[in-house]
Design a protein around this ligand. Structure first.
Ligand code: FEO
Length: 135
């Protein structure tokens, strides 16, 4: 499976958020690299834990900016974050309980969700935040 490569078209125009997206991509790429590793290995466990924790931290950063700048689409955006969190936790629990290696569907979900979320939903706040002077 191909790793995710950061492109300038992923930039949401806010340096701190771009850096966080790059770090999330790096963690997901690490899972892609190790996808045939036994699921109970420390590498997989540590990387999944790191990914969920870092995703939470990132979502909080975005949501705080949205509250601070009174972003009109805040609730719907927050709901997308909540959906991702719920699904990844369910995936992680199911995988740890019943799978030998990390299923490709999980990797595809993480990869697709993150890219689509950045280029569609996150991108919607780009001009809004930039107009408020956040960059
Ligand atoms: Fe960058 Fe809305 O997550």
């Amino acid at each position: 499976m191909e790793k995710i490569i950061w492109k300038e078209s992923f930039s949401v125009g806010v340096r701190k958020i771009d850096e966080q997206h790059k770090k999330l991509i790096k963690i997901i790429n690490k899972l892609i690299e190790t996808n045939d590793t036994k699921v109970y290995s420390e590498t997989i466990y540590d990387t999944i834990t790191k990914m969920t924790k870092y995703a939470d931290y990132h979502f909080q950063t975005e949501e705080q900016y949205m509250i601070e700048y009174d972003y009109p689409d805040y609730s719907a955006h927050k709901e997308q974050h909540r959906g991702f969190r719920k699904k990844t936790v369910a995936f992680a629990v199911d995988t740890m309980k019943s799978k030998e290696t990390l299923p490709i569907e999980i990797l595809l979900y993480l990869q697709n969700w993150l890219i689509n979320h950045i280029i569609t939903s996150d991108m919607k706040y780009k001009s809004f935040f930039n107009k408020k002077g956040l960059n």
